[in-house]
Design a protein around this ligand. Structure first.
Ligand SMILES: [Zn+2]
Ligand SMILES: [Zn+2]
Length: 307
């Protein structure tokens, strides 16, 4: 079953570069994308979003210097630096990692030469170890790319005239997720807890859980101001309304699968039944309909020890 999921995930990836969440193995042959796909967008106040290859990077630039959230891949660090340079410097003082996946931490080995990397303790643990992830072996990250500061619940950094607040959310996309609140600029970076308008990737192998993700999104909707701008892990800069729509989709698709599980339907039967047409678009990204059904099914199966 796992092999099928991996194959489905990979096929979905190939079909969707824009939601690239690729190869978490360093230097595995994925070439650089053209520079043109790297773009810096002003979001609000001190905060910018940097789009490129991999997870969206959040950027704070001001009187105290540069801070980034996530680092995409090592082999696109030059492309990222070229965008940062347009602000005045390409050398961040601090880097937060929203979670351990390679499309968010791959560039740590470059940016960690100058910056202090900060992340949840489970991110450091995973980066330190050799992991079997989605059928591939991932080697440990060298020391330079490891978080130097870790936390269990979160921390605040006072930078560029505002409190930059990192808050850990338990068991959502992974078990090491952090959401970053730029409290003055009124911007929130949600990492991969938010795939705008798409079914999410819930990494069950890294301690993620569908139930936990739904709970986290519910909490975030309570915490995020109505007029805040949201930087998602993947997809365009969004609003609280977009997050509510995503929550509605998560809840209703999860209920559809769980109801059939309670009726004793097999995974194959649930896949054959599919979702209503209004969720077609949500399945057009990295995670297609079958992969999402399988994730929900596995996350809520008793043997998985649903959290
Ligand atoms: Zn990602
Ligand atoms: Zn991820």
């Amino acid at each position: 079953m796992r092999k099928i999921l991996v194959a489905a995930l990979f096929a979905a990836f190939l079909a969707s570069q824009s939601f690239a969440h690729i190869s978490l193995i360093k230097g595995s042959g994925h070439g650089k994308e053209p520079q043109a796909s790297f773009r810096l967008e002003k979001v609000n106040g001190n905060v910018y979003a940097l789009f490129g290859q991999g997870g969206n990077i959040g950027v704070s630039f001001g009187e105290d210097g540069l801070l980034t959230i996530d680092t995409q891949f090592e082999n696109v660090a030059d492309n990222i630096k070229a965008q940062l340079k347009t602000l005045g410097t390409d050398t961040p003082k601090f880097v937060f990692n929203t979670h351990w996946h390679g499309d968010h931490t791959g560039g740590n080995t470059v940016f960690g030469r100058d910056a202090i990397i900060i992340a949840h303790e489970n991110v450091r643990d995973r980066l330190l170890n050799t992991l079997e992830f989605r059928g591939q072996t991932r080697t440990p990250t060298p020391k330079v790319g490891l978080p130097m500061i870790t936390y269990e619940y979160g921390l605040s950094l006072h930078f560029n005239g505002e409190e930059v607040k990192a808050v850990h959310f338990k068991k959502g996309h992974t078990d090491g997720d952090t959401v970053i609140f730029f409290t003055g600029s009124n911007v929130v970076h949600l990492g991969d807890d938010f795939f705008v308008g798409r079914f999410p990737f819930v990494d069950l192998e890294s301690g993620g859980s569908v139930e936990g993700l739904v709970r986290n999104i519910g909490s975030l909707i309570q915490m995020i101001p109505a007029d805040a701008k949201i930087i998602p892990g993947h997809g365009p800069v969004s609003t609280l309304k977009d997050l509510r729509d995503y929550q509605g989709m998560l809840i209703s698709t999860t209920l559809i699968v769980r109801r059939q599980m309670a009726e004793g339907k097999t995974l194959e039967q649930i896949k054959a039944a599919g979702f209503p047409d209004r969720y077609m678009e949500a399945g057009s990204g990295f995670i297609n309909t079958n992969a999402w059904i399988e994730t929900i099914y596995r996350s809520y199966s008793p043997k998985m020890g649903a959290s």
